[in-house]
Design a protein around this ligand. Structure first.
Ligand SMILES: NC(=O)c1ccc[n+]([C@@H]2O[C@H](COP(=O)([O-])OP(=O)(O)OC[C@H]3O[C@@H](n4cnc5c(N)ncnc54)[C@H](O)[C@@H]3O)[C@@H](O)[C@H]2O)c1
Ligand SMILES: [Fe+2]
Length: 393
């Protein structure tokens, strides 16, 4: 028996932010990140549409990229004072994810973070508020997913929280809001979406409900991401919807070890954090090679390759064509091929690799990966990713 859960309403199209004018309720808190949404006027629009709908509005501003447990607790405290019946979050994955976790602490102030990191262990939400998510980046798809990624900076670990309780009630997928993304962010978040769709399609929990949206998302990213990167508005619109489709797929089919690795390397090195989408883009070709040693996974990757126009029927050839296409995207976006080229110092890598491998195996995304992996192989994979060596294990 399986489950497929998505928001009740997904509003999309340029200008669809206006749907906020029709929200019914008393009080809304708007959770937002650094400054982009203020600068481009989308925070003001969000607040004024909600006021037009007759709601009292407060804002929680300044959620940092890769939000911390502390920020989540601060936001939840403000919610406890204000008692909103709508939580509205606009921005990238970071503020929306933070708002999702705030929601749990708002409704259940005695909850412990340790309880929430256990997959599918959330208390029953919607006792006090419902949730609207409005993405400003085209990648994480947190507006439709059951996930929230929160970082424990003391431990240097990103925790993916997972529960269908935090799948938003309403998603507003308005491409106008993503148009302002700079080039690099467009590339990184687009590669995040590409990774979501690949991992969902080969996941042990892929299904007839998730496969079509995963394939469509992959095709659109390959077709439109290069033009979106150059600023083409139609391509950016297509990408904004494609990343949402990828989210519908992975929220229900789950992910794999590209994400396990990205979560556990993201905040691990002193050379600065590895942006989530960039990490995924670097790791994806290596993980495909590792996973393709499993017969079912290999066939699934070949299916993807065929769907996006790959030649012939030979699985090895289709696999190589797919990896080439991913590496080609990485080249045009100037994404390095290895963690060494990214700038992680060799001494630090060697010192930390065993612990990172153990943490990555324990990540919530590992269980749905199509080929099992233990700490020894995870360490080999990390070494291959660091030095750019062959994945022959
Ligand atoms: N919940 C999920 O399902 C899920 C899935 C994948 C990743 N994540 C998490 O999401 C986070 C990354 O989110 P993200 O990639 O969306 O980036 P982000 O939210 O961290 O934002 C990155 C930067 O981009 C700026 N920005 C955002 N939108 C902009 C716009 N339209 N124009 C100009 N600047 C803009 C922000 O101000 C910020 O400085 C990570 O913590 C990652 O682990 C969550
Ligand atoms: Fe991701």
């Amino acid at each position: 028996m399986a489950r497929f859960t998505i928001p009740r309403d997904i509003y999309f199209g340029r200008g669809s932010l206006e749907n906020l004018k029709d929200i019914k309720g008393k009080r809304a808190i708007v959770v937002v990140g650094g400054s982009a949404m203020q600068k481009f006027g989308f925070l003001d629009k969000t607040v004024s549409y909600l006021k037009e709908a007759g709601l009292e509005v407060e804002t929680f501003e300044g959620v940092e990229p890769d939000p911390s447990v502390e920020t989540v607790k601060k936001g939840a405290e403000q919610m406890q004072k204000f008692q909103p019946d709508w939580i509205v979050s606009i921005g990238g994955g970071s503020p929306i994810d933070a708002a999702k976790a705030m929601w749990a602490f708002y409704e259940y102030p005695d909850t412990k973070f340790e309880d929430l990191i256990i997959p599918f262990n959330f208390p029953e939400l919607r006792q006090k508020a419902k949730f609207i998510a409005i993405p400003s980046t085209s990648g994480t798809a947190t507006e439709v997913t059951a996930f929230s990624v929160i970082t424990d900076y003391e431990k240097g670990i990103k925790y993916p929280l997972a529960d269908f309780n935090i799948t938003p009630d309403i998603a507003i997928v308005d491409p106008d809001i993503a148009d302002t993304m700079p080039k690099t962010l467009t590339a990184f978040t687009g590669m995040d979406a590409l990774t979501h769709a690949h991992e969902a399609f080969v996941s042990l929990f892929s299904s007839p409900f998730t496969d079509p949206v995963a394939l469509q998302a992959i095709k659109t990213v390959f077709t439109d991401l290069p033009a979106a990167y150059e600023g083409d508005k139609d391509a950016r619109e297509a990408l904004h919807y494609a990343q949402c489709l990828a989210g519908i797929a992975f929220s229900n089919a789950l992910l794999g070890i590209v994400h396990s690795l990205a979560h556990k390397t993201g905040a691990a090195f002193s050379t600065g954090h590895v942006p989530h989408g960039e990490a995924n883009a670097i790791y994806l070709p290596y993980v495909i090679k590792y996973n393709a040693k499993d017969a079912r996974a290999k066939t699934r990757y070949a299916e993807i390759s065929k769907f996006i126009g790959g030649d012939g029927d030979d699985e090895d050839s289709l696999l190589a064509q797919l990896i080439n296409k991913i590496e080609y995207l990485n080249t045009i976006f100037e994404i390095p091929k290895t963690l060494k080229a990214f700038g992680v110092k060799e001494d630090e890598f060697k010192e930390k690799v065993s612990a990172i491998a153990i943490n990555a195996v324990a990540d919530a995304c590992t269980g749905s990966n199509p080929r099992p992996i233990d700490a020894a192989n995870m360490e080999k994979l990390l070494n291959a990713i660091y030095y750019g060596t062959e994945v022959d294990f």
